[in-house]
Design a protein around this ligand. Structure first.
Ligand SMILES: [Zn+2]
Length: 396
């Protein structure tokens, strides 16, 4: 048996209380005052449960951000856990409702459940007296759901000081598979300048921006590669003014996803330097790849193996999966720091009205996180982590 898991199971009701307190502090990304309040609730819970250092990073446009740290600051590369407290829900948009073991509510799955798990993982490490050989930093940002432009720098700054990054974002499926792969993503705006003319009188003098747009859409689609995991989607198009006018302008918004960093250069070259198909038109593209992919590389596989071992010792099998969506874990992975994602609760319905988590599984997930932290920040011997049933060993 695991002492950490035992401790957390004994505290399942208190974990639910933490999750409820964070969920009641509703925190839509765009409302600084609400996100700030949620941040204070989080800080109080951290101080009450864990203690240790708290740095507040004041922000003007979005909610303040928090850096909680715990354990010895001795120059060793830290273990970093990243999370966000903002949600996609306006205040009052979703009720908070418990139905047996299921808790519904705004952000319970994405990702206040993950924040709860992290606080309690740290609490369990502290209460069981487990040995830490380095600093653990828990960084909580406030704008993940709106692109992280106010936190990307901070996340990257902490990431380069870290040996490993854990992301307690929502897990996958009914068994809580972790995310060992996330696509990288970018958005681009394509603008076409045509030459306007009367569609009946001098049509041949014109150069149609909308006609060029049609060629562009089909040509861009050729860059997608299902086998390689590259997708290119022209999601929004606009162009022209009247049926009887050769269109002067047209635009397209393009979403691009990749699975490997090595795919980026070639693809970006082709997207940013477009050929022209309709004589007389000009094509401009702007945009960047905002997030590199979290690749399923050897570091990620090693972390996943460690997690599987912990899960096995706790009596269950842990699966893995990939996500087409990006998270802040993409930033840390993009810098080459071993990162594993989807360590959050079991549940479903992120960004949907069905959003919920399973309360009885919170201790398991917190124990999983606590023990992977220890594997990377203390190397406790197996016998220190686990006591055999029936023994009254007081190690750890
Ligand atoms: Zn999230």
């Amino acid at each position: 048996m695991s002492k950490i898991l035992d401790y957390l199971k004994e505290n399942q009701l208190s974990m639910t209380e933490t999750l409820l307190a964070l969920t009641r502090a509703e925190s839509p990304s765009y409302s600084k005052i609400d996100v700030d309040y949620c941040g204070e609730v989080l800080r109080n819970e951290y101080t009450r449960l864990v203690g240790g250092n708290v740095d507040v990073i004041e922000k003007e446009e979005v909610g303040n951000q928090y850096k909680f740290s715990f354990g010895p600051d001795n120059g060793l590369k830290q273990v970093l856990i990243i999370g966000h407290m903002d949600t996609v829900w306006d205040v009052g948009a979703r009720p908070i409702r418990q139905d047996g073991d299921i808790l519904y509510g705004p952000g319970v799955f994405d990702m206040k459940g993950g924040l709860t798990i992290t606080l309690w993982a740290l609490k369990a490490i502290k209460e069981t007296g487990a040995f830490l050989d380095r600093k653990i930093t828990f960084l909580v940002t406030s704008d993940e759901e709106i692109g992280s432009s106010h936190s990307k720098e901070l996340i990257e700054e902490e990431a380069v000081r870290s040996s490993v990054v854990f992301v307690p974002e929502s897990s996958i499926g009914p068994d809580g598979a972790v995310k060992t792969e996330r696509k990288g993503a970018g958005q681009f705006l394509l603008r076409i300048e045509g030459i306007t003319a009367h569609a009946g009188i001098n049509a041949w003098d014109g150069a149609s921006a909308t006609e060029e747009l049609a060629y562009q859409i089909l040509d861009l689609k050729k860059l997608a590669d299902r086998g390689e995991g590259i997708s290119v989607n022209v999601g929004v198009v606009q162009g022209g003014t009247r049926a009887n006018v050769i269109a002067k302008e047209a635009t397209a918004e393009i979403d691009v996803r990749i699975t490997k960093k090595s795919q980026a250069k070639n693809l970006l070259d082709k997207i940013l330097n477009r050929p022209t198909f309709v004589k007389g038109t000009k094509v401009h593209v702007e945009g960047v790849l905002e997030r590199y992919p979290l690749e399923r590389n050897e570091h990620v596989i090693e972390l996943y193996e460690q997690l599987k071992e912990i899960a096995n010792a706790h009596g269950y099998a842990l699966g893995e999966g990939s996500s087409g969506g990006a998270s802040d874990g993409n930033f840390t992975a993009g810098l080459g720091i071993p990162t594993i994602d989807g360590l959050g609760p079991i549940g479903d319905g992120a960004h949907a009205e069905t959003e919920h988590v399973l309360l009885s599984n919170l201790p398991n997930r917190a124990a999983l996180l606590a023990e992977i932290i220890l594997k990377n920040a203390g190397n406790p011997k197996e016998e220190e982590l686990y006591v055999h049933d029936g023994s009254n060993s007081q190690s750890v």
